[in-house]
Design a protein around this ligand. Structure first.
Ligand code: SAM
Length: 287
């Protein structure tokens, strides 16, 4: 595939089922001069299952910067390169952004060979609105940072898509239930396209309890798709967030007054939030 200037192909690979590798992905992998792969051993296995032998160059989050020069030099000499990650679409919570950006800036053609992506696959079976959604990738691993991120997302009305490691699933669901509301709808999509595929729909409080009780196998890979806040509740979440910020600086009475002036929320409700009154969930819309 050598020409005047090389092409960088961004090639999606399966997320668990080899049958999902498209004909164009196979043809591209067969035709390029080299494959830049997140894990050369894993991609080597994929290539050999496809009956292909192509030079592999490792490109992962720890060496991506160092690899840019040599990979751009290859493109410069007219070689074409396929960028792949361990599974799914490169750059989606995977390495490759720096290479794609550098290739574009150097004037090379960058062409997608689309295929599987766990976020989109989960969204397509979640039964939640898909006209607009927010992909959050992985939430922070540390609980304080994770909760802060979730608080910031509480008023988001678009469907949320989150990748999570299975060993953190129980604690993340518990944090989601407390920050986003126990009654929010959620879909857990586990082991998609694999033998033990599981898609489970419920609400955050119930799913968190079920996972904590060990009712979901603690194995495999998973995506969480969470319903956005109801538009009316979004305002209440925002009011609660503003209240928390001003209450950190002002005495309670002044905090309630200022938060009410900023957000238009009723002072009585703000006061109850400040007092931590049980059961006053922002999802419950007050008339
Ligand atoms: N680039 C990949 C993509 O396009 O989906 C994602 C890579 S990211 C490092 C890996 C995460 O994707 C996993 O932790 C999990 O959240 C999700 N994932 C990957 N394969 C999956 C599958 N078969 N079922 C459910 N989630 C999956």
């Amino acid at each position: 595939m050598t020409g005047s200037t090389g092409v960088l192909f961004v090639v999606a690979t399966p997320i668990g089922n080899l049958g999902d590798l498209g004909a164009r992905a196979r043809d591209t992998l067969a035709a390029v001069d080299a494959v830049a792969a997140e894990d050369t051993r894993r991609t080597g296995q994929l290539l050999s299952r496809l009956g292909l032998s192509v030079p592999l160059i490792s490109l992962h989050e720890h060496n991506e910067t160092a690899r840019l020069g040599p990979l751009l030099a290859r493109l410069e000499t007219g070689q074409s390169i396929a960028l792949v990650s361990d599974a799914g679409t490169p750059l989606i919570s995977d390495p490759g952004y720096l290479l794609v950006r550098a290739a574009l800036q150097a004037g090379h053609r960058v062409s997608p060979v689309p295929g599987a992506c766990a976020a989109v696959a989960a969204l397509s079976v979640a039964g939640l609105p898909t006209d607009r959604f927010v992909f959050e990738g992985f939430l922070p691993a540390r609980q304080a940072a994770r909760r802060a991120r979730l608080e910031a997302l509480a008023a988001e009305t678009r469907t949320l898509v989150v990748y999570e490691a299975i060993h953190r699933l129980a604690e993340t669901l518990a944090d989601m239930a407390s920050c986003l509301g126990a009654q929010r709808e959620v879909t857990l999509a586990r082991e998609l396209t694999k033998l033990h595929e599981q898609v489970r729909h419920g609400v955050l409080g119930e799913l968190a309890a079920s996972v904590a009780a060990g009712e979901v196998p603690a194995r495999g890979e998973c995506v969480l798709v969470v319903a956005g806040a109801a538009p009316a509740a979004a305002e209440a979440y925002e009011a609660r967030r503003v209240l928390a910020l001003v209450a950190a600086q002002l005495p309670p009475r002044d905090a309630v007054k200022l938060a009410a002036a900023i957000t238009g929320e009723r002072p009585n409700r703000l006061r109850r939030w400040l007092q931590g009154a049980p059961g006053d969930d922002p999802e419950t819309v007050e008339e």
